[in-house]
Ligand binder design. Sequence first.
Ligand SMILES: NC(=O)c1ccc[n+]([C@@H]2O[C@H](COP(=O)([O-])OP(=O)(O)OC[C@H]3O[C@@H](n4cnc5c(N)ncnc54)[C@H](O)[C@@H]3O)[C@@H](O)[C@H]2O)c1
Ligand SMILES: O[C@H]1[C@H](O)[C@@H](O)[C@H](O)[C@@H](O)[C@H]1O
Length: 335
Amino acid sequence: MLNIGVIGCGAIGRDHIRRLTDIVPGCQVVACADYFEESANKVAAQYEGMKVYKTGEELIHAPEVQAVVITSSDPSHAGYVLEALKAGKFVFCEKPLAQNAGDCEKIIAAETAHGRRLLQVGFMRRYDRGYAEMKRIIDSGELGAPLMIHACHRNVSQPDGFQTEMGVSNVAIHELDICRWLLGDEYESAQVLKVRQSACSTKGYDNPQIVLLETKSGARIDVEVQVADAYGYDIQCQVVCEKGTVNLPDPYAVVKRANASRSFPILTDWKDRFIEAYDIELTHWVKTLEEKGEPDGPSAWDGYAACVAADALNRSRGTGRFLPVETMEKPELYR
Ligand SMILES: NC(=O)c1ccc[n+]([C@@H]2O[C@H](COP(=O)([O-])OP(=O)(O)OC[C@H]3O[C@@H](n4cnc5c(N)ncnc54)[C@H](O)[C@@H]3O)[C@@H](O)[C@H]2O)c1
Ligand SMILES: O[C@H]1[C@H](O)[C@@H](O)[C@H](O)[C@@H](O)[C@H]1O
């Protein structure tokens, strides 16, 4: 039985605690912490024997905690990951791995010093059945080489404090990971464009933005990033290959026929849209720790590659130019 401590008791922290308790076999959440102690106390009160720590650092070093799940806000990720690696503990960190590529490099240095993997990054889309089937078809070669990806990432709205850069570093970071995974390719250059702005966002951040990427093999990717669309949580992805295309399926929904129309609901929350992917992701994580003694899901290198692209995109804003996406040499541990 793997004893887990969770740092961050907000939306996804609570959701992961629920699934680690009710769905995922072979583990239990024994501790939690949150910047607002009250949030952690409220969560712990719902689960028997769950201990609350005042700080994330105390939780990481608690002797009963064997693995740490980081679900606190983006700026806190790198510090907690480094602390967990210092303690030699397994760590699952929600995306993004860090706020910039430089912090990811520190994490890579800390993990490679151990000589084995301890960290997995929460790029759960790799565990979604739709994306997995798209990858299987692309990898089979039956459609020839992939040439282009057209994707879009639409959220209903954003909380206060959301900023333009987060449209890339927090939101499109999922596409930055899934596109290089689908194509088995790396990025060469990147540019973000501002387009005609939507009246749905009046809070000072750019919406929509278009993320453009070119890969090393010359494939082109465009991602519409709409962080306040006022209608639903809508994730689309089409990979165009030489001899055909593959599309991400829409989530299961019953079609209703009434009042002279056919209709089906569109989800509004990422929790529901990727519920199965999160379940599979964390089940796989716990299973591999138990069976192999280390994780095999998205690595520090994957977290880093996405952050390098995100940094280039955010630097490109307003320049009208594609900027190079340059990574350091890939350490042996991640090959
Ligand atoms: N993989 C996914 O699809 C997915 C989905 C949602 C969120 N996330 C990621 O998970 C993280 C949390 O997102 P959320 O939607 O739950 O946000 P949230 O705001 O609902 O929750 C964040 C929680 O972290 C706490 N917190 C903030 N700074 C902290 C610190 N330094 N130490 C301890 N606790 C701290 C806050 O008090 C809050 O309770 C974000 O990094 C986000 O990018 C990933
Ligand atoms: O933190 C969330 C989460 O990662 C969702 O999957 C994404 O769609 C949202 O845009 C983001 O804010």
